[in-house]
Write a protein that binds this ligand. Structure first.
Ligand code: OSB
Ligand code: MG
Length: 382
């Protein structure tokens, strides 16, 4: 691999309005605040995206903490350094504990620059990190995630629209009181659709009987029902449920996956590359699941095209066996920051870009608009 020098890093604060707000058990997202990382190496520019929110709802990291960690600790450690891969970068950032989403944003820009410097497609570079006996995929199976709606009828109307667009897997956000009746209605209307639920940590073990009543709906999985930082109690729940439990918030590393599998806390893993600190650790998580034959899929954090392209590179790995939260771009942002947008193919797939680097190009005039929007939408946030 060609060595690169990290000459400069710029952070851009932007705001992006979501086409469809996403209501979860921890809040509603309609305009996303995002930190973009612009990394310069010679005449190459690489982009990374930091997926934190303004508030510590999904993760303890926020726009404020990520800026602090990047500006005051990570960037000073890496500017001017020569590296060949994300492995070298990890060594440079080793003195900083936690703050995985801040690290992932920087790492994303490094992968982009390294791919370009070596004339490689990002997905190929990712595959080469832990070569396997199976090739990477050219297309990735995807599904759609539907937030908590004002009514069941409105939920059914959205599902109908999404099914007509071609999505063949539906994920519903749930919370106590927005669960059994909803699932019953959706299952009756769509007896055969791949259906799953995501609770975003809204339940406790006291709800075990209620959650067990979901077993009769033939769900693909129940995502993160219990505490965001728990693995042990999920093992108690999984022992009672037929429905496979999937962990999202609880997984921050390949070792978390090993632990979760050892205590049988789940049967499926949702891998969000940004949640585990970047694509390098994502490859390690993928390797554990691939070796153990554990079903795996790639989750989303409402990324723009920059983060989405990186998620798609991970999703192209052969061990990613279930539909991913990587819907078409126009479901999230219209227009996105980067072109071309990702589109849904007829078979509920998205095509993995096949050009050098991430396969998407930052549109600088849209970036400027998004920066001005941040100032308007989030005055006083930083
Ligand atoms: O729990 O998977 C989650 C978005 C933001 C924060 C957490 C989650 C999500 C999603 C996104 O569910 C789904 C999508 O990409 O459409
Ligand atoms: Mg989730």
């Amino acid at each position: 691999m060609r060595e690169i020098t990290i000459d400069a890093i710029k952070l851009h604060l932007i705001a992006m309005p979501l086409v469809e707000p996403l209501r979860t058990s921890f809040g509603v997202d309609d305009v996303r605040a995002i930190i973009l990382v612009e990394m310069q190496s010679g005449d190459l520019i690489g982009w990374g995206e930091c997926v934190v929110s303004e508030d510590p709802g999904y993760s303890y990291e926020t726009i404020g903490t990520a800026l602090h960690i990047m500006q005051d600790f990570l960037i000073p450690k890496i500017v001017g350094q020569k590296i060949t891969s994300a492995v070298d970068l990890r060594r440079l950032m080793k003195g900083v504990r936690g703050h995985l989403m801040a690290k992932a944003a920087i790492e994303g820009a490094v992968w982009d620059v390294v791919a370009q410097a070596n004339g490689k497609v990002l997905a190929d570079l990712v595959w080469e990190q832990f070569p396997l006996d199976a090739p990477r995929k050219k297309e990735v199976l995807v599904g759609v995630s539907i937030g908590i709606q004002p009514s069941i009828d409105e939920t059914l109307a959205i599902i109908e629209k999404r099914v007509n667009e071609g999505y063949r897997r539906v994920k519903l956000k749930i919370a106590p009181g927005w669960d059994l009746e909803l699932t019953d209605a959706v299952r009756s209307a769509y007896p055969d659709i791949l259906l799953m639920l995501d609770a975003n940590s809204a339940y406790t073990l006291d709800d075990i009987d209620r959650l067990a009543r979901l077993d009769k709906y033939n769900l693909l999985m129940l995502e993160q029902p219990l505490a965001h930082d728990d693995i042990y109690e999920h093992s108690k729940l999984q022992a009672r449920l037929e429905t496979p439990v999937c962990l999202d918030e609880s997984i921050h590393s390949a070792n978390d996956v090993r632990l979760a599998l050892a205590v049988k806390a789940c049967k499926i893993i949702n891998l969000k590359p940004h949640r585990v600190g970047g694509m390098l650790e994502a490859c390690a998580v993928h390797k554990v699941c691939y070796d153990e034959g554990v079903p795996l899929w790639i989750g989303g954090m409402l990324e723009t095209g920059i983060g989405r392209a990186q998620n798609l590179a991970i999703a192209s790995l052969p061990g990613v066996t279930l539909p991913c939260d990587l819907s078409a771009t126009n479901r999230y942002y219209d227009p996105d920051l980067a072109d071309p947008p990702f589109v849904l193919n007829a078979n509920s797939t998205v095509t993995v870009p096949d050009s050098v680097g991430t396969g998407v190009t930052m549109q600088l005039e849209r970036l400027e608009e998004a920066k001005a929007r941040f100032t308007r939408e989030f005055p006083g946030l930083v």
